[in-house]
Structures are given as structure tokens and as C-alpha cells.
Write a protein that binds this ligand. Structure first.
Ligand SMILES: C[S@@+](CC[C@H](N)C(=O)[O-])C[C@H]1O[C@@H](n2cnc3c(N)ncnc32)[C@H](O)[C@@H]1O
Length: 363
């Protein structure tokens, strides 16, 4: 694979490799997404039809409204006490939080008790969020550390797929880390580096792997899952992690790039394409359990939304609208919940402090 599109970040990455040798996939992903000057989330407007991809809240307000209803149910069923810390990590354009707050506003008592926090690393997306959520008092953070104590209701939608992964390949000398280096033509190329996977990680993965298989691990994701779990354990409340990925650790290369709604090579368009990898929900649940939190699921996004009343709310939303609008609502429902669209690949994991059985994870 060669990097053919010249971008400002490509020159910086090539120079880094020339000076320091090949970089891990995690380093490469981190630079492409979060380089302060040229990183994808720092410079691009990635969402929507004009962007590179669309997320569930950008498809339909139904998604955020049902999440809002679930959070409201947690407030009531867990009898959460004032002040409630409502937190979203990786809020994108702020659309999900806006839809959640519209539902929470139906219970003015809950809204009055709620402090709203957005954890966002991109200054340009913070500006978009500020505009979208100007009706509310909101605090922005770089991480969870400085959010005040209090029962916490936390959501992270499509955050974890954007966090850096390391890739290891099983070779005849054991698991070796895959790295980004330069080929003979001085173009970017992926090869096998000298790094190895720790025997602890191999044992934890408990895999039947064969020669050539790839294993992905994301210490950055596990660290965020740990801090979410710590927070929920100490303060009570609940967290929902929604993303695409696999329920149990498995081998496979899921590192991918998207530009203008098309898959492109991960080495092209450095800093100008979205880079993601599938989320390992088992690893996130294990990291949370290690902090003493309880993990529920993951269950498919389709099952989650349908159990919360997706069809009923869609019917309500479409009532009295034109046939064109009703058709669009039907298409949105299908996209969010059908097994061959986002219904199965996308999953929902719930974290709680105690062994309660939150709906619909209890069925
Ligand atoms: C794929 S977007 C998802 C946006 C939104 N949740 C949605 O569903 O439309 C990823 C978001 O996570 C943010 N992000 C990436 N890394 C982050 C980190 N380490 N901490 C907080 N936010 C992060 C990005 O800037 C962006 O807002």
C-alpha cells in the first residue's frame, strides 16, 4: 500500500519515520486524527452528506430521543440525587446531546438538577457544539478528571472506534507489532516491526490464532473505559457506550479509512480521511469490571432501540406528515435498527455501579 495523496501531514509523518524509524499503527492513527495542526478531528468537518461519514444521531432525532428517555428512566429508577452530572464524551456536532436534552426538558425537575459536561479534544468541534447547544449552560473538558462529583449519566457514541489501536500479527517468531514505515520508493507502507505482544495480553485474549492472524489492542480505549467505570463506581449512575465492533475478542484487521462516504487506503489522505477500528467490547467490559463496575451487554443497537420504543416514536413523529417525510422516517428507522444496517454491527454496552438490571439489558 502506498501513500499517494500529498497532504501537509504526510510530509510530517515521513520525516518522523526518517528520523525515528517506523511508527506503530497507534502512533500513526493518533497523528492522523489528533495532530494539533493537521489532525482530522482538528481541521475537518467530518459529519453529514457533505462530510466523510454519518453517525446515528445525525441520521435521525429518534436515536438521541430514545437515549434521552433511557437516561430519564435511570434518573427515576435509580432515584439519582441532585446534582446529576450528565456527560458526553466525543460529542461530534452536539446533535445527540441536543436531542437528549429535549427529552430531559420534559421533566423540568430533572433538567434543574442536571449539570451538563462535554469531553471533547477538538477545538473546532467544540465551536460547533457551542453553537448547537447555545440554549444550555455547558462545561467543556479534556477528560473526565475535573468533572464535579455527583451521580453520573454518561454517553459515548462512536468515540471508541476513533481511538488508537495497536496491531500485532502472529509470525513464526511470535506476535509482532505491525508498523508504518517507508518502502524503497520512500512511500508509506505497513510492515512487521520488532515490538511484541506481552504474554499477559496473549493469555487474556485466549485465542485460537493461526500464522498470519492479526490481533488489535487499544490501551487508550481500555484506559477511558476504566476512568468511566471508576467514576460510575464512585458516584453512582450509569454509562452507555455505543459503537460498532465485536462482543468477544477475535482476530482480524479492522483498521479502515473513510473519505466522502467511500472506503480508501489507510495510508492515503493522511489527516484528511477518517480512521477507525472495530471496538472490542469484551476488553472494555473487562476494564470496567476491574474497577468494580458492573457491565451489561453488549446488545445490538437494533434490539436496544426497538425495546425502547423506536417504532412507536417513529409512528408518532410521522403522524400528520407528508408521505415523503414518512418514507424518510421509515428509511431512518431501518438504517438505525435493521440487522443488515446498523442494528447488529453497532452494539450498546451499559456500565452501572451495582448489580441492578437496567432495561433493556435485563431481558
Ligand atoms: C466519530 S465522532 C462521534 C461524534 C458523535 N458522538 C456522534 O455520534 O455524532 C468522534 C468524536 O470523538 C471526539 N474525540 C476523539 N478522541 C477523543 C478523546 N480522546 N476524548 C474526547 N473526545 C474525543 C472527536 O473529536 C469527535 O467529537
Amino acid at each position: 500500500m502506498t501513500g499517494t495523496v500529498t497532504t501537509p501531514l504526510l510530509a510530517k509523518i515521513k520525516q518522523h519515520i526518517a528520523d525515528h524509524g517506523p511508527m506503530t499503527i497507534a502512533q500513526y492513527m493518533n497523528l492522523c486524527l489528533s495532530d494539533p495542526k493537521h489532525g482530522y478531528y482538528m481541521t475537518q468537518q467530518p459529519f453529514g452528506t457533505k462530510g466523510d461519514f454519518t453517525t446515528a444521531p445525525e441520521i435521525s432525532q429518534l436515536f438521541g430521543e430514545l437515549i434521552g428517555a433511557w437516561l430519564l428512566h435511570q434518573w427515576i429508577s435509580q432515584d439519582l440525587k441532585d446534582p446529576i452530572q450528565l456527560v458526553e464524551i466525543g460529542p461530534g456536532r452536539g446533535t445527540l446531546m441536543k436531542d437528549i436534552l429535549r427529552v430531559i426538558s420534559l421533566r423540568p425537575q430533572m433538567l434543574a438538577q442536571t449539570q451538563i459536561h462535554l469531553v471533547e479534544t477538538s477545538p473546532s468541534l467544540r465551536k460547533v457544539q457551542k453553537k448547537q447547544l447555545k440554549a444550555y449552560e455547558i462545561k467543556w473538558h479534556d477528560n473526565l478528571q475535573n468533572i464535579p462529583k455527583g451521580p453520573t449519566l454518561l454517553v459515548a457514541n462512536e468515540l471508541f472506534d476513533a481511538l488508537p489501536i495497536h496491531q500485532y500479527q502472529l509470525t513464526d517468531t511470535g506476535w509482532r507489532e505491525r508498523c508504518v514505515g517507508l518502502n524503497d520508493d520512500q512511500e508509506l507502507a505497513i510492515g512487521i516491526g520488532s515490538g511484541t505482544l506481552s504474554p499477559v495480553d496473549v493469555a487474556k485474549a485466549n485465542l485460537q490464532a493461526k500464522l498470519g492472524d492479526t490481533l488489535e489492542v487499544s490501551p487508550a480505549s481500555n484506559a477511558i473505559a476504566s476512568s468511566i467505570a471508576q467514576r460510575i463506581k464512585e458516584n453512582g449512575g450509569a454509562a452507555l457506550v455505543i459503537d460498532y465492533g465485536y462482543s468477544k475478542t477475535a482476530t482480524g484487521d479492522s483498521f479502515q479509512a473513510m473519505k466522502s462516504h467511500e472506503y480508501v487506503s489507510v495510508l492515503e489522505h493522511c489527516g484528511e480521511a477518517d480512521l477507525t477500528a472495530h471496538v472490542n467490547f469484551q476488553a472494555l467490559a473487562n476494564a470496567a469490571k476491574a474497577e468494580g463496575a458492573h457491565a451489561h451487554g453488549p446488545i445490538g443497537q437494533g434490539d436496544f432501540l426497538l425495546a425502547l420504543g423506536l417504532l412507536e416514536r417513529a409512528g408518532q413523529l410521522g403522524a400528520g406528515k407528508s408521505t415523503l417525510d414518512q418514507d424518510q422516517i421509515r428509511k431512518d428507522v431501518e438504517r438505525l435498527a435493521a440487522p443488515d444496517k446498523m442494528g447488529t454491527l453497532f452494539k450498546v454496552l451499559c456500565l452501572t455501579a451495582s448489580a441492578i438490571q437496567p432495561i433493556p439489558f435485563n431481558s
